[in-house]
Write a protein that binds this ligand. Structure first.
Ligand SMILES: [Zn+2]
Ligand SMILES: [Zn+2]
Length: 247
C-alpha cells in the first residue's frame, strides 16, 4: 500500500523510512527504517515521472530551504513532535545560510544575471546564490547576480548576513571588500528581534489548542501506521465495515 502518491504536486516530501535500504543523497549513508526522512522531488532522467531524493533530517536542511510546511507533502501525517521539529527548522534556518552564497570576479563575460538577465562583464564582482529549486539530481545550481541586483533583492534571496560573511569575500581586493561591506550591511538586528519573539512564544505554556492538535496528529499517525501494517483482506473488511468504497 502506498501512503502517498508521488504524482501529487509537492516540491518536498517527509515520511518515516519504510526500509533501511534508502541512502541519504548528501552523506551517502543509509537511512534507518522508521527514521524521519525528507526528500526533494527531482525529475527522473529516464521517464517523465518525479522521484524522491531522500535525506536524513539534518542533511536535508543543510541543503534545502522549503518556504513553508505547506510545500512538504505528507507533512500532516507526521507525528506532532516531528512536525514541530520541521517547523522550527524552517523558521530559524535563513539566519545561517552563508554557504549558499559566494562572491568573486566574473571569470568570463558569459554569465547572465538572474535578476536583470543582462550579461555580467568579465572581471566585474558578482555574487551567487545556490538554487536548490533548480536541482535536477546533480545538486543545487549556482545563480549569478550583479552586485547591485543582488543588493536590491536581498530580502527575497534571504541574505540577512553582512557582506563580509560571504565565502571568498577575503579573496577580493580591498576596495571591493569595502564596496561589498557598504552595500550589504547586516540585517541581523531585525532577524534577532524576530528570533527573540519566537523563543518567547516557545517558552509560553502550551495552550489547549496546541495540546488538542498534538493529540489529533498523534492519533492520526497511529491509525495510519496501524493500517500500513494490515493485510489487504483486512483493509477491505475495514472499508466495507465503514461503508467506504473498496478500490
Ligand atoms: Zn545524511
Ligand atoms: Zn543584474
Amino acid at each position: 500500500m502506498k501512503p502517498f502518491d508521488f504524482r501529487v504536486e509537492h516540491r518536498y516530501y517527509a515520511e518515516y523510512s519504510k526500509s533501511s535500504r534508502s541512502a541519504c543523497k548528501k552523506c551517502k549513508s543509509n537511512i534507518d527504517k522508521g527514521e524521519l526522512r525528507l526528500a526533494i522531488m527531482v525529475q527522473n532522467r529516464f521517464s517523465d515521472r518525479q522521484q524522491p531524493d531522500w535525506h536524513h533530517f539534518d542533511c536535508f536542511f543543510k541543503t534545502y530551504h522549503p518556504p513553508s510546511t505547506a510545500d512538504i507533502g505528507h507533512f500532516n501525517n507526521l507525528k506532532f513532535d516531528d512536525q514541530k521539529k520541521i517547523e522550527s527548522m524552517i523558521e530559524t534556518q535563513p539566519a545561517n545560510n552563508a554557504s549558499d552564497f559566494s562572491v568573486e570576479y566574473a571569470k568570463s563575460g558569459k554569465s547572465k544575471c538572474k535578476l536583470c538577465e543582462e550579461l555580467i562583464p568579465k572581471n566585474e564582482v558578482r555574487i551567487s546564490k545556490l538554487d536548490a529549486e533548480a536541482d535536477m539530481g546533480y545538486g543545487p545550481v549556482k545563480r549569478w547576480f550583479h552586485v547591485d541586483c543582488f543588493v536590491s533583492s536581498r530580502n527575497e534571496l534571504e541574505f540577512q548576513l553582512s557582506g563580509d560573511k560571504i565565502p571568498d569575500y577575503s579573496m577580493l581586493e580591498d576596495k571591493d571588500q569595502k564596496m561589498i561591506r557598504n552595500k550589504l550591511p547586516s540585517l541581523s538586528r531585525k532577524h534577532k528581534a524576530q528570533k527573540e519573539n519566537g523563543s518567547e512564544a516557545a517558552k509560553r505554556p502550551k495552550d489547549d489548542d496546541e495540546i488538542a492538535l498534538k493529540k489529533q496528529s498523534d492519533l492520526l499517525y497511529n491509525h495510519i501506521s496501524e493500517i500500513e501494517k494490515m493485510k489487504r483482506t483486512d483493509i477491505v473488511r475495514l472499508l466495507e465495515y465503514n461503508n467506504q468504497h473498496v478500490p
